[in-house]
Design a protein around this ligand. Structure first.
Ligand code: DX5
Ligand code: ZN
Length: 218
């Protein structure tokens, strides 16, 4: 089943609890949590303590996207905080397969993220060990950036590789997704769609999610 994952990065943090409950009620499938350290990306956001809080608020899966320089130092803390999925960037991992296995051992579903400029071949040693690949369709760091259309080809190619080898791996796409382009991303082979501004900056979350779902189920 295709999934819609609101990114809380664009939520109103003074009312984070209400915002998460609102998107859950509006039909979201997953809550996407953007963790940034001010090193791997220029922005700083949240840590495990907020994930612990989120875990108490919602029964939806928590999709923790680690945009941090040394994920190995924090994986355990995010697992304990209640992450359902943890995705780590290939660009910062010298021993990617080892790190993925470590996530799995902590009973968390592992995923690997690629920046727009990072080639798919970086996945060759981990595709049989992970549950999801997150393809960035903007350069990570901030919400509200424009979708990079070249990433569609990457989604298509990865879809073919996954299907050909029958890997039980989902493709997630993150950055610049809106009602206007989610259909294309879905047709290219995406399974999970992350939207920050595309949901939280709209008037009715329920209406938006209903329309998004119509686009991905076409
Ligand atoms: C970007 C983050 C995204 C971001 C997406 O670094 O990883 O999850 O919140 O925001 P939009 O949907 O506004 O591009
Ligand atoms: Zn993200």
């Amino acid at each position: 089943m295709k999934k819609i994952a609101p990114s809380i990065l664009s939520a109103d943090f003074s009312r984070l609890g209400e915002e998460v409950r609102a998107v859950e009620k509006a039909g979201a499938d997953v809550i996407h949590v953007d963790v940034m350290d001010g090193h791997f990306v220029p922005n700083i956001t949240i840590g495990p303590i907020v994930v612990t809080g989120l875990r108490k608020l919602t029964s939806l899966p928590l999709d923790v996207h680690l945009m941090i320089e040394e994920p190995g130092r924090y994986i355990e803390a995010f697992a304990q905080a209640g992450a359902t999925w943890i995705t780590i960037h290939a660009e910062v991992c010298r021993h990617l397969r080892q790190m993925v296995k470590k996530i799995r051992q902590l009973n968390v579903r592992p995923g690997v993220v690629l920046n727009p400029a990072t080639p798919l071949r970086r996945l060759s040693t981990v595709l049989d060990e992970i549950d999801l690949v997150l393809l960035m369709s903007v350069n990570p760091g901030f919400g509200g950036q424009a979708f990079i259309p070249e990433v569609l080809k990457k989604v298509e190619q990865l879809r073919k590789t996954i299907d050909r080898n029958r890997y039980p791996v989902e493709i997630e796409v993150d950055g610049g997704i809106k009602l206007e382009n989610i259909g294309e991303v879905s047709k290219a082979g995406g399974d999970i769609f992350v939207l920050g501004t595309g949901i939280f900056k709209t008037a009715s979350y329920r209406e938006t999610i209903r329309k998004l779902r119509r686009e991905i189920e076409k």
